[in-house]
Design a protein. Structure first.
Length: 249
């Protein structure tokens, strides 16, 4: 059964308890070369978005990497290989409906199971972005990765509602899920004044910044070509501001 987000949520949970009496993280499955993180499958590399001097931390599995620091950065990048069923779903549904299907059945479904009251605040398919991408925003009560920094408003029963932006696209028979939290929403307390539109713009900018730092393995020229060897050419993922007329779900 195709259950990729179980892996993603395990990574999120592991990061959220850092600083507590948690055991040391396991060695990375991927590798760090200078300022770049390289995925263990070779599907992508990305400029590391956190600094050790600011408490920057990297943890990963075979398909998911998480970056977090002590201030306001929490980023996950997942690259899940599409099995035969997923490739069939893509071919029969078309890209837009496939991304909506994947997000609903795997990404959001897992958050909803783990965080009561989680909801989809918005979802938009953007044809001009990454040759077709789905951008979604989730509201997740109790789901902040900055739980240890939630502002004290003088109440003990307050449940902070995290807001997480997600970007889904398909490349090289993999579905990519890039996700980031709007940390200031939960850590600024009463000083936080952003409107929903301003939040959406901030999350979209964060997601654009992340994919702008990514490089993906170049698609083989023919389907019969051998697997792309290590050190093969890469392509930089472009960033595009979604047009106002983008289709909405």
């Amino acid at each position: 059964m195709f259950r990729p987000l179980c892996t993603l949520l395990l990574v999120l949970t592991a990061v959220s308890v850092r600083g507590q009496d948690a055991p040391p993280p396991p060695p990375l499955s991927g590798s760090v070369e200078g300022k770049f993180y390289l995925s263990p499958t070779g599907q992508f590399k990305v400029t590391i978005p956190v600094l050790p001097e600011l408490g920057g931390d990297i943890s990963d599995t075979a398909n998911v990497v998480t970056f977090q620091d002590d201030f306001n950065v929490h980023v996950t990048i997942a690259a899940f290989p599409q099995d035969a069923t997923q490739r069939w779903e893509l071919s029969t549904r078309g890209l837009k409906d496939y991304l909506i299907y994947f997000f609903s059945n795997y990404v959001f479904a897992d958050f909803a199971r783990n965080f009561e009251g989680a909801e989809i605040e918005s979802a938009k398919f953007v044809p001009a972005m990454l040759e077709g991408a789905l951008v979604t925003n989730l509201l997740i009560p109790g789901g902040s990765m900055f739980a240890d920094r939630i502002a004290n408003l003088g109440t003990t029963d307050r449940v902070a509602v995290a807001k997480r932006g997600n970007l889904l696209f398909v490349r090289n028979n993999h579905i990519f899920v890039v996700s980031t939290e709007l940390a200031e929403r939960v850590i600024e307390g009463l000083a936080y004044k952003k409107t929903t539109t301003e939040e959406d713009d901030a999350l979209l900018q964060k997601l654009n910044d992340i994919v702008g730092k990514m490089q993906l393995v170049r698609q083989p020229a023919t389907s019969s070509a051998a697997a792309t060897p290590a050190g093969s050419p890469t392509i930089t993922v472009p960033t595009v501001t979604p047009p106002a007329s983008a289709d909405k779900k």
